[in-house]
Design a protein around this ligand. Structure first.
Ligand code: GDP
Ligand code: IMO
Ligand code: MG
Length: 429
C-alpha cells in the first residue's frame, strides 16, 4: 500500500498530467489538493489529446475514483463543462467516479472580474495570471468571506453569505476599476443551478481517503502548478495563490502527514515559465524559439507562448528540500534531441559573487546570472526508445548528471507526450 504525491519542480507544465495518467492504472484514487482551473494538464492516449483543468488526470481509467479536495478552488461552470465534454467523448463521469469536497471554495464571477481588472490596471507590472479568478478566490477564503461548495446547496444561507460580499465587490469593481456591477439575482440563480447540478458529487473527501488508505489502497495526489509558483516559497509575487508543495496535500485533502509515503518531483528536461517573473536560465534568441517549437511550449490553459530556458539544478535542489522528494520523473527529454550541446545551470553569480541557493529576494534573483556545466548533446530521435540502456550515451550522461547532482533516483523518463512514450527505470509502489 502506498500513497504518492506528484508535484512540479519548476514553474508548472512539467508534464504532471501525463505521469498521473500513466500510473493511474495502479491506484484506487487520484486527488487534486490545491489550485483550480489555472492548471492545464495534457494527456495523449492512443493519439488523442485530453486537457484537464479541474478533473484529476486519472479520469480516463474506469476503475478509479477521482477527488477534488477542499484545498482546490472550483469554478463550477468550468467543472460542469469538463464533465460534459468528457461525456461527449464517451467517458462517463458519474458521481461514483468523481467526488468533490463540500469545503472547497467556489470561484465566483466577481473573482474573475477582479483578477482581470487588477491585471489590466497593473499594466506592465502585471503578474500574468491566467485570469481565472484564482487569487481573489483564495483571498476571500483567507478573509473568511468565501463561498464553499456546500453553501451552494442551501439557498437561504447562500443568499445570506452572498449578499454582503457581493455588495463589497461591486463597490470595488465600480469605484476602483470602473467596472459595471454584478447583479445579485443573476449570480444567485446561476450558482444555485450549479449547486443542483453538482450536489450528487459532493462528499467528505477526507473521510473517503481515510477509508481507502486504511484498506491499503494506492492513492495519488496530483499537484497543480509547480514549486516556484508556491505562494510562500516561490518567486513571490510572481506566483499563484496557493501552496503548491507536497506538504500542502495534508491540509488540501484533510489527512495527516503520516499518510504521505512517496513524493515524486516531475522535472522537465529544460525549464519553462508562463507569465511574468525572473527566470535566470531563460533563452531569448533562436535556441529558445527552437525549444518552444519542438516542445510545443504553448500554455494548455491560455495558449500563451511559454518562456523556455536551460535546466536549473539550483532550483531543483531547492525543490527537493521544499517537497522532500524521494524520486524524480524527467519529462520531454526528446525535445532536446538534435542540439550540439546541452547546458545545466549549477549555480549563479551576482556581480562576480557566487550564489548557491535560489535567493528569496526577488531583486537578487533577477540579477542572478547562471553558471553552466556544458554537456555534449545527442542527435538521435529517442521517442521510440523504451529502455534506459538503449538511450544514446550522451542522453544517459545527461540523466545521470541530474540524478547525481540532486541525489534523488529517477523513477520514470518520458520521451514523448503519448502514454506509451515512457521509460520506467524502477518500481516505487
Ligand atoms: P502539466 O501542467 O504539468 O500537466 O503539463 P502540461 O500538460 O501543461 O504541459 C506538458 C506538455 O508536454 C503537454 O502538451 C504534454 O502532452 C507534453 N508532454 C508531456 N511529456 C512529454 C514528453 O516527454 N515529450 C514531449 N515531447 N511532450 C510531452
Ligand atoms: P499547471 O498545473 C504554468 C502561472 C500563471 C501566472 C501565475 C499566477 O498546468 O502546471 P494564477 O492564475 O494562478 O493567479 O496565475 O501562475 N500559472 C501557471 N503556469 N502552469 C500552471 O499550472 C499554472 N497555473 C498558474 O501563468 O504566471
Ligand atoms: Mg499545465
Amino acid at each position: 500500500m502506498s500513497t504518492l504525491v506528484i508535484v512540479g519542480t519548476q514553474w508548472g507544465d512539467e508534464g504532471k498530467g501525463k505521469i498521473v495518467d500513466l500510473i493511474a492504472d495502479r491506484v484506487r484514487a487520484v486527488v487534486r489538493f490545491q489550485g483550480g482551473n489555472n492548471a492545464g494538464h495534457t494527456l495523449v492516449v492512443n493519439g488523442k489529446k485530453h486537457i484537464f483543468h479541474l478533473i484529476p488526470s486519472g479520469i480516463l481509467h474506469e476503475n478509479i475514483t477521482c477527488m477534488i479536495g477542499n484545498g482546490v478552488v472550483i469554478d463550477p461552470q468550468v467543472l460542469l463543462q469538463e464533465i460534459e465534454r468528457l461525456r461527449k467523448e464517451g467517458v462517463e463521469v458519474s458521481p461514483d467516479r468523481l467526488k468533490i469536497s463540500r469545503h472547497a471554495h467556489v470561484i465566483m464571477p466577481y473573482h474573475k472580474a477582479l483578477d482581470l481588472a487588477r491585471e489590466e490596471k497593473k499594466g506592465k507590472k502585471k503578474i500574468g495570471t491566467t485570469g481565472r479568478g484564482i487569487g481573489p478566490c483564495y483571498e476571500d477564503k483567507a478573509a473568511r468571506v468565501g463561498i464553499r461548495i456546500h453553501d451552494l446547496l442551501k439557498e437561504e444561507s447562500f443568499a445570506l453569505r452572498l449578499e454582503p460580499v457581493l455588495a463589497e465587490k461591486n463597490f470595488i469593481l465600480q469605484n476602483f476599476y470602473n467596472h459595471p456591477p454584478l447583479s445579485f439575482d443573476k449570480v444567485f440563480e446561476e450558482y444555485v443551478t450549479y449547486g443542483k447540478s453538482l450536489a450528487a458529487y459532493v462528499e467528505d473527501v477526507s473521510r473517503l481517503l481515510e477509508d481507502m488508505i486504511s484498506r491499503g489502497d494506492n492513492v495519488v495526489f496530483e499537484g497543480a502548478q509547480g514549486t516556484f509558483l508556491d505562494i510562500d516559497h516561490g518567486t513571490y509575487p510572481y506566483v499563484t495563490s496557493s501552496n503548491t508543495l507536497a506538504g500542502n496535500v495534508c491540509c488540501g485533502v484533510g489527512l495527516g502527514p503520516g499518510s504521505i509515503h512517496n513524493v515524486v518531483g516531475v522535472v522537465k528536461a529544460y525549464t519553462t515559465r508562463v507569465g511574468g517573473g525572473p527566470f535566470p536560465t531563460e533563452l531569448h534568441g533562436e535556441l529558445g524559439e527552437k525549444i518552444r517549437d519542438s516542445g510545443g511550449e504553448y500554455g494548455s490553459t491560455t495558449g500563451r507562448p511559454r518562456r523556455c530556458g536551460w535546466l536549473d539544478i539550483t532550483m531543483l535542489k531547492k525543490a527537493k528540500r521544499l517537497n522532500g522528494l524521494n524520486a524524480l520523473v524527467i519529462t520531454k527529454l526528446d525535445v532536446l534531441s538534435g542540439l550540439p550541446e546541452v547546458k545545466i545551470a549549477v549555480g549563479y553569480k551576482v556581480n562576480g559573487r557566487a550564489i548557491s541557493d535560489v535567493p528569496c529576494e526577488l531583486d537578487l534573483f533577477e540579477k542572478c546570472e547562471p553558471v553552466y556545466e556544458v554537456l555534449p548533446g545527442w542527435q538521435e530521435d529517442i521517442r521510440q526508445i523504451r529502455a534506459f540502456d538503449s538511450l544514446p550515451a550522451n542522453t544517459k550522461r545527461y540523466l545521470k548528471t541530474i540524478e547525481d547532482m540532486l541525489g534523488v533516483p529517477i523513477w520514470i523518463v518520458s520521451v514523448g507526450p503519448g502514454r506509451d512514450e515512457t521509460i520506467v527505470m524502477r518500481d516505487i509502489f
